[in-house]
Design a protein around this ligand. Sequence first.
Ligand code: 3EB
Length: 342
Amino acid sequence: MSPQGPLAVAYLDPARLQLQDAGWKDGILGAVCYGGQARSAPADDWPSALVGTPRVDAPGDLCELWLSPGPIRSGAGQGVAYRCTDDLLFGVVMESQVEGSEAAAWVQVAAERGYGRLFALVGALGYPNLVRTWNYFSEINTDERGLERYRRFNAGRQDAFLAAGRSVTAGVPAACALGVGGQPLTIAFLAARCPVLAIENPRQVSAYRYPAEYGPRSPTFSRATLLRLPGQEVLFLSGTASIGGHRTLHPGDVAAQTRETLANLQAVLDAASRVTEGPAFALDSLYLKVYLRDPADLEAVRAVLTQELGPGHSAVYLQADICRADLLVEIEATVGLQVQIQ
Ligand code: 3EB
């Protein structure tokens, strides 16, 4: 595994990790392992997120490995395991459910604490710029004392940004937030020493400006971030769904939601292509991660992707709850780095 730039990613079945040579781990920043069978981390000596999203398009689990030619250092702080290069830091924050009096608004408390620890860590180590966060927790659409859990998560997340003295609009990370049964709050993140360029979608109201009908505190994320590393530009596209302006479009119609989502991804790519120093970003060259609320929608969604992107496109499908009850599908992607699929 020798990525050509400072950052690369590999996708493989975690069952195969043990079969590799001893030295291969040196290039790994961290891992996010997706799948219902992912009961244990592939190794305990680097940051690993275990995300219980069943894979719906193939058997087995999917392990996403973030790679760098290094040199890579390991550490832990604020209870967070991390690995870092001179440019980048990858870590995983977990907050388990607390029983008792706090349990009522658990996700809100957990998000505030988890992001608080994250900010303390990256601040102390000198990687202040959040590039990308991946957020997973259980029962995302469940009402928790009169407020949907996702909305409580948004309140806790935004409070942590404010408590850390951070803007909740400018330069916020690309992100996704998905519901996974039985999942403790799990936040995988990539942070950088260098500034990160946030990119918005002209077809959508910025999430951090969503009106109060979507909850008392707006979600704190950008539609995409562009990371400029030495000799490499990497674009992180946030989880993207069938939202126009701030409204859900095509409720109940998964094929139409998929087409709308692709139009949104295209609009974000167009915006990013206006600021990149490299060639324009193309939708059909992305490696897509597709979250489906209902696994029975696999063929309908895949048919749209094949029609719009051609049979050569790359996508992997996972089952998860999307953060609005009327959204059936959400798609995220990363582009500009070498992707190894094994
Ligand atoms: C949306 O556009 C759909 O709360 O971190 C997408 C990506 C969504 C990230 C988050 C939520 C988040 O509002 C949901």
